[in-house]
Design a protein around this ligand. Structure first.
Ligand SMILES: C[S@@+](CC[C@H](N)C(=O)[O-])C[C@H]1O[C@@H](n2cnc3c(N)ncnc32)[C@H](O)[C@@H]1O
Length: 338
C-alpha cells in the first residue's frame, strides 16, 4: 500500500473509536474462546501438554472439519491464549492457566456462567420483552450455578461459624443447599448436628448427596430433592439457612415462602438468610437481569424489602448485616412458632 494511502486512511479514520472497538471485541472473543475451551473439553486435552489439531480432534470426537477446528484454535493463538509450535497447540496465557487451577474452580464456574448463560440474557432481553417472553429456568445449569455461588464462600463460612453452636444436639434445615459445602462446615463444627438439605434441582441434589457421602456425613445429613414450597417436617428445626435463594421466587410469593419457612422453625429458632441486593456493579446487575428475566424468579430485593417481608411473614428480632457491597445477611427469629 502506498504510504500516502495509509496516511489518508489514518487521517480519515476515527482512530480512538477503532482502538476501542478492537479492544472490546478482543475481550469479547477471549471470554467466548476460553469458556468454550473449558466446556468443550479442549483445555482438558491441552492441560496435559501440547497437542496437535488431530490429537484434539480425536480427543473431543470432532473429526469432520479439520479446517474449522484449526481456525478456531488459531483464533486462540491470535488472542494470546494459546501458543502454536512444532509439538502442537498449548495453553499460553496466565489467565487461562489460573482458571484451570483446581482451587479456582468456583471462579472458573463464575466466569463460565457469565459467558454461557448471562451473555444470552444481555443480547436477547429486549427482544424477549417485545415478545412478552421470559427465559426458561434451565435446570442443566444447576451444577454450574452451585459451583459458581461458592465464590462468596468465605462470607458464608464465617456466618456458619458464628451461628452454629459448637456442641449440643441441634437440627439444621438448609434450603437450596447447592453443593452442600455449608452443610459440611456446620457438621465439622458440631459433631451432634443433624442436617436436612433440600434442593429443587435433581442434578444438584445428587451432587450434594454424593458430596455428603464423600465427606463421610451420610449418617447425619439427609439431602432431599424437593421444592421448599412442598416440604413438610415432623420436627421443627432449631436453625434454617436460606443462602442466596430469595430471588428464585417472584416478589409477590416471597412473604408466603418466608411464612412457610417460619412454620418449619421451632419457637425461638433462627433464620439465616443471605442475598445479593441491587448495586451499581455489572456482575451484580447481571444476577439481577438473570433473576428478573427467568421464569418463576424475580428481581434482587433491596435490604428494606427483605426486612419488610420477613416482618410480614411473622419474623421478629430482624437484623441486617452488610457483608460486602451488594451482599447482605439477615437474621431473624420466630418467637411464637406456628
Ligand atoms: C444460587 S444457588 C445457592 C446454593 C447455595 N445455597 C449457596 O449459597 O451456595 C440456589 C439454589 O437453590 C435451589 N432452589 C431454587 N429454588 C428452590 C426451591 N423452590 N426449593 C428448593 N431449592 C431451590 C437452586 O436449585 C439452587 O441450587
Amino acid at each position: 500500500m502506498a504510504a500516502k494511502t495509509l496516511i489518508r486512511f489514518i487521517m480519515n479514520s476515527p482512530i480512538f473509536l477503532m482502538y476501542r472497538i478492537n479492544k472490546t471485541i478482543r475481550e469479547f472473543c477471549r471470554a467466548g474462546f476460553i469458556s468454550t475451551a473449558i466446556s468443550e473439553g479442549i483445555y482438558d486435552v491441552l492441560s496435559k501438554g501440547p497437542a496437535s489439531c488431530e490429537d484434539i480432534q480425536k480427543a473431543i470426537g470432532a473429526d469432520f472439519n479439520q479446517e474449522g477446528l484449526e481456525a478456531w484454535l488459531d483464533l486462540g493463538v491470535s488472542l494470546g491464549e494459546l501458543a502454536k509450535s512444532r509439538e502442537g497447540y498449548s495453553i499460553k496465557s496466565a489467565f487461562s492457566k489460573e482458571l484451570l487451577i483446581p482451587a479456582n474452580d468456583a471462579w472458573k464456574a463464575f466466569f463460565q456462567a457469565r459467558v454461557e448463560i448471562f451473555h444470552d440474557y444481555i443480547i436477547k432481553t429486549p427482544a424477549y420483552l417485545k415478545g412478552k417472553k421470559q427465559f426458561e429456568f434451565n435446570q442443566s445449569y444447576g451444577e454450574l450455578f452451585a459451583r459458581s455461588s461458592r465464590t462468596v464462600e468465605p462470607f458464608l463460612i464465617d456466618i456458619v461459624d458464628r451461628n452454629i453452636p459448637q456442641s449440643g444436639a441441634c437440627n439444621l434445615l438448609e434450603v437450596g443447599c447447592g453443593s452442600g459445602i455449608y452443610i459440611k462446615r456446620a457438621c465439622d463444627r458440631n459433631p451432634d448436628l443433624t442436617v436436612t438439605g433440600i434442593e429443587l434441582q435433581k442434578e444438584v441434589a445428587d451432587f450434594a448427596r454424593e458430596n455428603a457421602i464423600i465427606w463421610q456425613l451420610g449418617n447425619r445429613v439427609d439431602i432431599q430433592n424437593i421444592d421448599v414450597r412442598n416440604y413438610k417436617c415432623e420436627k421443627p428445626y432449631n436453625i434454617i439457612s436460606f443462602y442466596n435463594l430469595i430471588y428464585y421466587f417472584p416478589v409477590n410469593e416471597r412473604i408466603d415462602i418466608l411464612r412457610h419457612i417460619g412454620s418449619l422453625l421451632q419457637p425461638g429458632g433462627q433464620l439465616l438468610l443471605t442475598t445479593l441486593c441491587p448495586e451499581n456493579e455489572p456482575s451484580i446487575q447481571l444476577m439481577n437481569l438473570w433473576s428478573s428475566m427467568t421464569k418463576g424468579c424475580g428481581p434482587l430485593p433491596s435490604p428494606d424489602q427483605v426486612c419488610d417481608q420477613l416482618k410480614a411473614a411473622g419474623f421478629d428480632k430482624i437484623q441486617v448485616e452488610k457483608l460486602m457491597p451488594g451482599f447482605f445477611l439477615f437474621t431473624a427469629t420466630i418467637s411464637n412458632g406456628k
